[in-house]
Design a protein around this ligand. Sequence first.
Ligand code: ADP
Ligand code: MG
Length: 297
Amino acid sequence: MMQLYQPLNILGFAYREIKQSLIDMEKMFSLLNVKQEVEDRPDARPLQVDGAAIAFDNVHFRYEEDRPILKGVSFTARPGEKIAIVGHSGAGKSTISRILYRFYDIDEGSVTIDGQDIRDVTQDSLRAAIGMVPQDTVLFNETIGYNIAYAKPGATQDEIEQAAQMAQIHDFVTGLPKGYDTVVGERGLKLSGGEKQRVAIARTILKNPPILILDEATSALDSVTEQGIQTALRNVAESRTTLVIAHRLSTIIDADRILVMDDGQIIEQGTHAELLAKGGDYAELWQRQQEDRQAAE
Ligand code: ADP
Ligand code: MG
């Protein structure tokens, strides 16, 4: 029995090493409950990142027949720029992030990174270039250390802790009796939305991608947690092309450009100051959030 088990075990180990990223991707897909319907072209080449400029050009997309979701979305992000996307729930903000990550292929238009259509490059290389911190972070039922390190197999404990520090979660973790060995998730410690998102930010810092997508958690956060997340985001967004989907406008005042979305279209676009001066939808949203903030204080 042992004789049979041993080679299989070694084979299994090698297989696991090689396929680790693929397996994790599959895990992620099943956790996110996303159909894996896109395929590499036979002649797909690896994405060559040079500054990581992003361009959406007249993008149309629907999840289901007869229900258009994105209706001609165009915008650009120059290398290192921070682009914010705001708008009502259901406007199509998260869909933009899913399309950039190529969870789905679009129906019309194009999405390019440094001039390369994302349909022409391998999914592996595309996703290696993007750090995605989703709206509702799902963690594996594993230790916090594992959850941070999994984007970079073989990361040292030092690297893990450095990333956690930048993500403003290190002190929280070291305060736990088992520290980085604490198992989280359904069968372990339950983390709050803000804590989970900071773990995901730490993971992304370790992955060190040229492109970053942050989909802010919708749930209300206490102001200490919000401050922590904002600091974490500023740390990680530096020198990367960043797409921030924001609910709290206070997070994105410093964005190079703010896209205001409504019903699958960009209805306003500009800096915070420009959009306030314009006195349109953004200015109204800003005004309302200021009032809410004052009422809360
Ligand atoms: P936002 O992030 O701005 O709140 P989303 O991009 O998540 O909006 O969703 C835009 C629209 O697409 C919503 O009406 C939503 O119900 C719909 N939608 C999102 N995901 C799916 C899906 N997997 N299948 C069908 N419709 C979807
Ligand atoms: Mg969303």
